[in-house]
Design a protein around this ligand. Sequence first.
Ligand SMILES: [Zn+2]
Length: 176
Amino acid sequence: MFGRRKHHEPAAAPQWEHVTGNILDLQLLPKLTGPGMDHWPSPKRYTVLLHPEGREPYQATIDVHPIDHPDDFYFSQPGAVTGFLVDPASGQVQFDMGDRRNSTKAHQTDLSLLEDQVLSGVAAPRGEAVTGPPWVVPAECPSCGAPVDQASAAMEVAPVCSFCERPLPVEPRARF
Ligand SMILES: [Zn+2]
């Protein structure tokens, strides 16, 4: 894409759009060589499926070198859903570092909050005659991997995924 741009034209500043995507694949690239490079982990090549609003989902690849993110980049694994920045004009894609799902520190904080969330999402014991909302719903759609708005899905009579519109698996939440 850079090759086509004429030499004197100033590069247009990217117009970053926030897009949710899921990680399809993660490959290790060869390590960089040279002074000071030996201790860095291998660069990673991510294949992601982006879900821009109002447009068709599409695939993109993003190369990430740990050297560019020495402190706080969380290396998500295939299957994860996270936030990206997309510049539609140039086609550039990068991880959205303002999204806490891409932050190692935020993940550590979330781990300590997880216990509370698990307790509030305890399913009713089997055999108890309760059904209907509020439900325990998964954080990600098992069909397409898109994030689920658990707060609103939990209260719907028959929650469906907002991306693929397949029904979400639900269990009645325990009543206390
Ligand atoms: Zn889905």
